[in-house]
Ligand binder design. Structure first.
Ligand SMILES: Cc1ncc(COP(=O)(O)O)c(C=O)c1O
Length: 486
């Protein structure tokens, strides 16, 4: 076993690496010494480094545009951000500064779009892709968006019923045509508990649906074919099977539907969940663009505009969650636990929902020897723990610094996608543990970083009224902690 955590990491993984390094024996994330952040704000905390969002968007744009240029591709590349992955305004501002479009998944997302439009953060000429189940409320809001002059709002139909309800909700005598997309249901990768996605049309139903319900109707402009492989854009047989199914369907549909002009390949670019992560974005993008070009040219069909809706890829790597280790417990031989000062179940729900692996590194004490530990959350729940992802047998961290003045702090890295949306931010959480403070940072003018927005930890004054306390018609006695302690 290595004598120090630092030599263990350096001998086991490529380290330092982009965004992760050591400075004076302490962890830096995107050049930010995280211990400085802890000294200023305490822990637990979540930090989001906003400039990385722009870097990611620009990188994807250049991968696609370079590949298209090489092929002499006739269509365009269009980046849309999957709103549900992170709704915080500093994140949205950073995304929208890049001039990209959005993807919505519910009627409630569209309320956020109204807000962004009214504040001038989103301009009405950007593409907005509308996925998800279309309730009447959702459809009414899409009609309203059109009335507001949002010219590239795409209603992606999941079923014929959605079209029928949209037609019945549309004002009588409506002249404007609506831009439509059809979502092709994909099959799930092996290991999934179900075989077919409930989202979208079965591939074999798409052409008959077009001919029966859309062909010849000027006001229903079918422009986009959409598909999304939930397991991600991977250079694997499963992905290419679904991709080719969609591409062949696009070509068959294009031959019957001249207004069709876009292929939306959804989200699914991966992010770093391991220190030895490797993925060649340029190569994968090149393969996608070449496959579309070759198939379209051999069928004498013009190449579609390509749309993507990256969520994790856009924001995931910009976030880090920091916790303090409160205690080291050894319950059985080889089963050491570090107890953290927050709930993993509440704050990083994918550790529990999907057994997701995140990179976990210490902020300090890199000179101590490594030990393998499980990480336990603060809630009383047995499930509130982390073992390093599915089949993980614990994570390596520095041994507990007995007698040292500075406690051990840990960072869960690349946590900015979906965790707050799924775990809920604010409101009531398991064991009434408050939502952690959120710190959004930019590149600083003088130093490495400066705060754009700091949202403090949720307080009990915010939590208690949510319990309906104001409905309890009882006289309040003074049992503040000072009174009780006396
Ligand atoms: C339709 C659709 N598009 C895009 C995304 C974003 O996927 P990712 O975060 O993997 O990029 C999702 C995620 O569930 C989705 O359902």
């Amino acid at each position: 076993m290595e004598s120090s955590y630092e030599s263990f990491v350096k001998n086991t993984y490529p380290f330092p690496q982009a965004g992760l390094s050591l400075s004076e024996g302490q962890l830096c994330f995107q050049g930010i010494p995280l211990m400085d952040v802890v000294r200023r704000y305490g822990s637990p905390l979540k930090l989001t480094y906003l400039p990385l969002i722009a870097d990611k968007i620009q990188a994807a744009q250049s991968f696609f545009n370079e590949a298209m240029f090489k092929e002499g591709y006739a269509g365009t590349y269009n980046y849309c951000y999957c709103l549900k992955s992170n709704f915080f305004v500093p994140v949205l501002q950073e995304v929208l500064k890049q001039g990209v479009g959005l993807e919505t998944s519910s009627a409630f997302d569209v309320d956020l779009v109204f807000e962004l439009l009214s504040r001038g953060l989103l301009s009405s000429d950007k593409p907005i892709i509308h996925n998800g189940y279309k309730t009447d409320a959702y459809l009414r809001k899409l009609i309203r968006l059109q009335e507001l002059g949002v010219v590239k709002s795409y209603l992606i139909l999941d079923s014929p019923e959605e079209l029928h309800r949209f037609e019945s909700l549309s004002p009588v005598g409506r002249q404007k045509s609506v831009r439509l997309g059809l979502r092709m249901a994909t099959y799930e990768a092996s290991g999934s508990p179900y075989y077919s996605s409930r989202l979208g049309f079965k591939p074999e139903d798409i052409l008959p649906f077009f001919e029966k319900e859309l062909a010849g109707k000027q006001h229903l402009r079918l422009e986009m074919l959409h598909f999304f492989v939930d397991s991600g854009i991977r250079d694997e047989l499963h992905y290419w099977n679904e991709f080719n199914k969609a591409l062949n369907l696009y070509i068959a549909l294009k031959k019957k539907c001249p207004s069709l002009r876009a292929l939306n390949i959804g989200g699914g670019f991966p992010i770093k969940h391991r220190l030895d992560f490797s993925y060649d974005f340029r190569q994968m993008t090149g393969k996608i663009v070449r496959a579309i070009t070759a198939a379209c040219r051999s069928a004498s069909v013009s190449e579609p505009d390509i749309y993507t809706e990256f969520g994790s890829y856009t924001v995931g790597e910009s976030g880090v969650a920091v916790f303090e280790v409160l205690e080291h417990k050894c319950q059985a031989k080889g089963e050491d636990w570090y107890i953290l000062n927050n709930s993993l179940l509440n704050t990083l729900p994918d550790t529990w929902l999907m057994d997701e692996a995140f990179i976990v590194l210490p902020l300090n004490h890199w000179d101590r020897p490594p030990v393998r530990v499980y990480l336990g959350g603060l809630s009383c729940d047995q499930a509130d723990y982390y073992r390093g992802g599915a089949n993980g047998r614990g994570v390596f961290l520095p041994s507990w610094p007995v007698g040292q003045s500075e406690p051990l702090y840990l960072a869960f890295l690349h946590t900015a996608a979906y965790q707050d949306a799924l775990g809920g931010y604010g409101g009531l959480q398991h064991c009434l543990i408050p939502s952690v403070q959120q710190i959004f940072v930019e590149r600083g003018k003088r130093g490495a970083w400066e705060e754009v927005w700091v949202c403090p930890e949720q307080s009990m004054e915010q939590i208690l009224p949510l319990l309906g306390g104001n409905l309890l018609n009882t006289r309040k006695r003074d049992i503040s902690p000072q009174t009780r302690d006396r």
